[in-house]
Design a protein. Structure first.
Lengths: 290, 380, 290, 380
């Protein structure tokens, strides 16, 4: 098992004929992901890496039975692409596109909620269930099948962490990059619950970041719902305050947002927080008595 | 993106939100004329793209021409948190009975706009949030519904009993939400929104910041941009595919990925060093990017050592190594470099660098420790 | 039992200080309906027929524990009033207001659906569960408690029918006027199911009208889901065609809308259709073997 | 509310939807000038607020000045379904390769706008709906989303393969939806929307009707209203609280409530009579309403007998009876009246009427039968 993507994932690539779309389509196919179709309006009948191209997601779903879609279209069109996937009945959408206007995501959110579509991102590296499916721009070769569930707000930090996990013999069930945008799809809570419910996952790594209060909420969720061991690292302890958060952002997450507060929240939830990423494998091994 | 108070109030008044009568002035003479025309008392307010101008003495209430001259002379040219005051707003003094706070921003958790009001307006709202959080009322706006009349009225009734004020406020709140949506704002704030002595609402101050991701479709907003020197650097960097934020330390950092860049800075700090910048070079092994990044780092005289931390993912480490060599050959830098390269094909990559006599390490902590020791050598 | 309203109904009146609102508040109280509050912005602290007035529905719900609301505000403000009730957590809204713009109702519909609020109307006479609660502008005195569930698209025709039922000894469980607007709240299907599920209701009277295809859909629903006997009358067999239905309205309900088609649909569903309203009591008595 | 084709196309073109070049003309001379300016061929089209003008000969393609004159002379002044043609639209003739139907209306069942398109445009869409319903594609528009770009594109791809046409069409569909929403329309229709010989979309005809309930907030639309004589009567009636629709029978009806009014007409028909009108007087026992209603009924010379059918609900029958007597005393009508009064306090009400020598019955069917027999007496 694993969460969200696996061998039954039938993937569409929205923006498949673009530079990034075509490049990563090949990478995903190479990894073994079932890429069943691509979308590029007006290019119906063409193919990319052997994958048939359709004009609309609805057409592609009808022809291929796709259940998942990954989005590489430019930021200005990303929200529309998410809506299109949701309307066509896609269950899981992964939006890679970077720079999507926040209000576009605010508009997308109630619609996909209503239609029961799950969203990862935007502005995220995607996710992978090693040896099952890779849906994103992740470097497949560093991952290894195993029992650690990983979720992260950042891309390369995830790779760094996975590299260390894999080097230390700790394989992964699924690794998810949730993205760093203010308004995103799935948050830590939803993923924590999925990992809790996944029999293959034995421990969870949560890579947090300063800003917002996603980690504080995750900590509370862990107290209330999660029995599996969780370890964490928070990036940005020395990042300049106020550079990303506006006035009112600070009000909303009043008293939250700094690394110190996030670490305190996790420790209060019984989550061990590593001082540096390389400490994580050791922490996990201790918790799992390996 | 931030804009000045006077620009924010121009936008608000375009949406028929009542703001104070005021004149933007660039010189003492202009302030004198404006004050005379508006009639005393007036308030002279520094226009700078940073907060805390009140505490810094950048806002003065003046009652006559002499005071106006004195205030203008003092404020124009003043330095507030590194920003030089080049213009001031001269605003009609208003007599009022109460000060409200009203603001809209995005709440990550509800994935919606949130409308905030408080009867304790006039002071820094962060202080109210800290000292008396219950005094700030928050209303999540359903994105599909927007600021429906009943919803605006509900917020207004939370502040006022008088139906005239409630109607004025709910009308104003609806306009404020429209401003927020129309301009792709990340924050709009009126603080204070006062009830004048004759019982009407008036915006004495206005503040707006905008979603940088949406500026491509907001040409009128983008035209208001007055980036600072640091911001120009950041924007230039962005155009080259780099995310750069200047800091005050001595160790220049070049990293791929924002999270890893932050973790790198943390690591430096953990071992007692100080990063000179945040710099995310993104993906790809294009040598030009490394050259641009290096030039950006070296433009900061405080940098004594450069630490390069690259994790090879999709881009393999051997390709990254070749790119690095190509780039470094072109710039010939004089300060020491520490390179940490890890990830896909890291062995091959490190081997290439070693052959080119570039100093490498295998882990982040090693890299941080080495960079710190080199920076200390330099200082000695 | 009964459907939608009963002795546990705690009613708010939106627009209670208006001419219609105050008049019918008194009538509802006289009937025995528990009217617990009224709304009229700026008139907090006043009272109408002894009922306290509030500025907002949210305040009124908080103070009174109301679960139902009836709307008498002018048409231009009716949609906003429905939204306000729904947002405040009201479970059932009855909108009496006549002349509400159609696009206002189109906008209201997804919001109240999302919040789980049931709506009757707009442009309807309301509903009554005899001896339990009357929520509307119905003449309470003509109703009598009993086992007939009645739903209707028209007001006075309902009274006419009820008068004949009552005169013939056939009491009613609940009588609902769903209103005649193009976009309305509950339709026949939902009410048919409620009557089917209500142990007190033994037979159902459905008063239809020309235009749209609500009756055809009801007929199909009866075939699929309803076991209790249903009798019907369709008004407007001689009404001039095209007077109310536009071009495209005719396309939408392509092949439907006329009285003859509705009657055929009902007969196909085993529903007896009366030639005139006064035939209904006899039909019911036969079906119930009385 | 209906508007003319030329008015609909003016609105469409305000939203940058391409329409034919055309001139509205009130005289043969104007048609001649317009045709000359536009260049032949042109189409001369009757502007009347009813359908079926094509079948009635109200649309002519003309190739030269003589034909234009002949067409103008024939069409101006023509009667189409009771409407006199007072103006014609002279539109540039267009050469095209295909005709599309595009329309938006409200679907009661989905409680949403529905967008309809068909490749079989150019003919009456009701005929397509009847003969080949699958040729009409229907797309329900999510009210919260509106016509999102992807959705408009999806509709466009259902019609075209060529990306240029798809982009033109999806842009046009988004504008058409905006027209629909902005104007509180109940129908907007372009039929045909043609693909011209040079491969562009062009609206050759336009049709719009509006939600009467929303006209209060659409002053610009309301200003376009040109009610017919019958409609003026209906509007006057509405202002007096009455809903009146004229029919062709001999039995005038006065009923409270629309459903009961329809049922009353049905009953008359059931017993072999013909109702002269639909007339709903609503609630209340105000004598003035009865007077107004009676005057309205009597303004139709075909009425031979008046049948009053009142169900006393909130308004009690005894009050209604008093109101009726007060009203009938004032108008002294010469044709027979049948009154049926039922509901709350009906006994008391009937007693009052009987004392005033007004003929009453207790049931609707009795009333209908009596009215029919009286109307037949009259004819004899």
């Amino acid at each position: 098992m694993s969460i969200l993507v696996n061998k039954n994932t039938r993937l569409l690539v929205q923006g498949i004929t673009g530079r990034d779309g075509s490049f990563h389509t090949q990478k995903m196919i190479d990894y073994g992901t079932k890429v069943v179709g691509g979308i590029s309006p007006g290019k119906k009948g063409q193919s990319v890496s052997g994958v048939p191209v359709f004009n609309t997601v609805a057409d592609a779903v009808k022809e291929t039975g796709a259940n998942t879609s990954i989005i590489f279209v430019p930021a200005a069109y990303a929200a529309d692409a998410i809506l299109e996937a949701s309307e066509a009945g896609i269950e899981l959408v992964i939006a890679i596109s970077e720079g999507v206007p926040t209000l576009d995501m605010v508009r997308v959110s109630p619609y996909i909620t209503k239609r029961g579509t799950k969203l990862i991102g935007a502005n995220c590296p995607g996710l992978i269930s090693p040896d099952e499916a890779m849906v994103g721009i992740l470097p497949g070769s560093i991952f290894k099948k195993g029992n650690i569930g990983l979720m992260s707000r950042s891309g390369t930090l995830t790779y760094e962490m996975v590299y260390q996990l894999t080097s230390n013999g700790l394989g992964q069930s699924t690794c998810v990059g949730i993205g760093g945008d203010p308004v995103a799809g799935l948050y830590f809570q939803e993923l924590l619950q999925m990992f809790e419910d996944d029999p293959e996952t034995e421990a969870i790594v949560l890579l947090g970041e300063i800003g917002g209060d996603a980690e504080e909420r995750a900590a509370q969720y862990i107290i209330d719902h999660i029995k599996k061991p969780v370890v964490s690292f928070i990036a940005g302890q020395t990042a300049p305050a106020g550079k990303r958060m506006g006035h009112a952002g600070a009000i909303i997450s009043s008293g939250t947002g700094t690394a110190a507060e996030k670490i305190a929240a996790f420790e209060n939830a019984g989550v061990q927080v590593a001082r540096q990423p390389s400490d994580i494998p050791e922490l996990i091994k201790k918790l799992l008595k390996m | 993106m931030k804009i000045h108070e006077y620009q924010a109030k121009e936008i608000l008044s375009r949406y028929e939100i009542p703001v104070t009568k005021e004149v933007l002035c660039y010189s003492v003479a202009e302030v004198q004329t404006a004050a005379g025309e508006l009639g005393f008392p007036v308030v002279v307010k520094a226009q700078v793209l940073t907060g805390g101008r009140g505490k810094a003495g950048g806002v003065k209430l003046v009652r006559n021409a002499d005071e106006a001259t004195a205030a203008a002379e003092k404020i124009l040219g003043m330095d507030i948190k590194g920003y030089t005051v080049e213009k001031v707003l001269v605003a009609q003094g208003v007599s009022f009975v109460s000060e409200i706070y009203a603001g809209i921003t995005i709440d990550r958790n509800t994935k919606s706009a949130v409308f905030m009001v408080s009867l304790e307006g006039g002071v820094e709202i962060e202080e109210v949030a800290k000292d008396n959080p219950d005094a700030i009322l928050k209303f999540t706006v359903d994105p599909d519904l927007g600021m429906a009349p009943f919803f605006a009225r509900k917020i207004a009734f939370a502040l006022f009993n008088d139906l005239k004020l409630v109607n004025q406020a709910s009308d104003l709140f609806r306009k404020l939400y429209k401003v927020f949506i129309d301009t792709d704002a990340s924050l709009v704030e009126i603080n204070p929104l006062v009830v004048t002595s004759d019982g009407n609402l008036l915006a004495l101050d206005g503040k707006m910041t905008f979603d940088d991701n949406a500026l491509f479709r907001q040409p009128a907003i983008l035209a208001l941009n007055e980036p600072s020197e640091d911001e120009i650097k950041e924007i230039d960097a962005k155009e080259k595919g780099l995310t750069y934020i200047r800091l005050d330390g001595s160790i220049g950092c070049m990293v791929n990925g924002a999270g890893l860049a932050m973790a790198t800075m943390d690591m430096i700090k953990l071992y007692g060093g100080e990063p000179a910048n945040f710099l995310d070079i993104g993906g790809s092994s294009n040598p030009q990017k490394v050259i641009d990044a290096m030039n950006l780092i070296l433009s900061d005289n405080g940098v004594k050592v450069v630490m390069i931390n690259i994790f090879g993912g999709i881009t393999r480490c051997d390709d990254v190594a070749k790119g690095l060599i190509a780039a470094l050959e072109q710039i010939k830098i004089k300060i020491p470099i520490v390179i940490r390269l890890s990830g896909t094909n890291s062995k091959e990559g490190l081997e290439i660098l070693r052959k080119a006599n570039l100093p490498t390490v295998e882990t982040m902590s090693e890299a941080a420790q080495k960079a710190i020791s080199l920076s200390e050598d330099f200082l000695r």
